[in-house]
Design a binder for this molecule. Structure first.
Ligand code: BGC
Length: 254
């Protein structure tokens, strides 16, 4: 199945056409700047432009950095507050004309890693943690996704986890990798205390530098860096259309 996968992020909106059976990107990825302010209509217009770039008339899978229930945006930690309550699935269809599946961005990245990356064929409890501006999580048990887990918001050292240990915090506070690694380890240990995963897969910008802080990590779970890195969000968003994922993911029925 060929699907246009789109990853909506704080600074860029990226897309590519994906073969959802193999996880292969069939085109170059194309990126547009996220509009400022990133209000629903402005973002919908940018999504439309991206679709026009690919001259794509088929189905579109979209990863979005918030809780998404049946196409409706429920939270706005790192996005414009006016998104709360918006039916993104309908809004994007009104603007672009295509049919959409919308999923949380970290769930999308997790789906890509479980299907084609570091979590392929991995049974048991796997948590993928996407570290960027915020921290996103995706929880899988025997390959089945529990959507919208939002473990970036657990409390670590009296702070919201993603404020304490995100990649944006590392940059903002100019933390050395070992110092940040210690913080991130505290975050992972808290996550482990709550979920007891067998494996943790790290995605997002920080996963590319895994060797710089790997030695600071001390969890019972095996920790692995993501394999698909930058493209996981696009590939996984396209996978949201897969009706019968071999390990069980199905898009929610409305
Ligand atoms: C949001 C999540 C999102 C994560 C990564 C968090 O602030 O609450 O929904 O997955 O950032 O973008």
């Amino acid at each position: 199945m060929q699907i246009l996968g789109i990853d909506i992020g704080g600074s860029g909106i990226k897309g590519a056409i994906v073969d959802t059976n193999t996880g292969e990107m069939l085109t170059e990825r194309f990126r547009l700047e996220t509009p400022k302010p990133a209000t629903p209509v402005q973002v919908a217009q940018t999504v439309k432009k991206l679709i026009e770039h690919f001259q794509w008339e088929g189905q579109v899978g979209c990863g979005f950095p918030a809780v998404i229930q049946h196409g409706i945006v429920r939270t706005a930690s790192n996005i414009d507050k006016s998104w709360i309550g918006v039916n993104a699935k309908e809004l994007f269809k009104e603007h672009a004309g295509n049919d959409f599946q919308i999923v949380n961005d970290a769930d999308a990245a997790g789906l890509a890693e479980m299907n084609f990356g570091a979590g392929k064929d991995q049974l048991g409890v796997v948590v993928t943690v996407t570290v960027g501006t915020g921290i996103g999580s995706a929880v899988f048990t025997d390959g089945v996704l529990l959507p919208n887990s939002e473990f970036g918001h657990i409390i670590v050292k009296d702070q919201v986890g993603e404020k304490y240990a995100s990649d944006a915090t590392r940059k903002r506070e100019d933390l050395k990798w070992d110092k940040w690694g210690k913080r991130f380890n505290e975050y992972l240990q808290r996550l482990e205390f709550l979920l007891w995963p067998d494996m943790i897969i790290l995605g997002g910008g920080a996963s590319k530098k895994f060797d710089k802080y790997e030695t600071e990590l001390n969890t019972k779970a095996i920790v692995k860096p993501a394999l698909l890195q930058n493209n996981a969000g696009i590939i996984g968003a396209a996978c949201a259309w897969r009706k019968h994922h071999p390990l069980g993911f199905r898009p929610p029925k409305v």
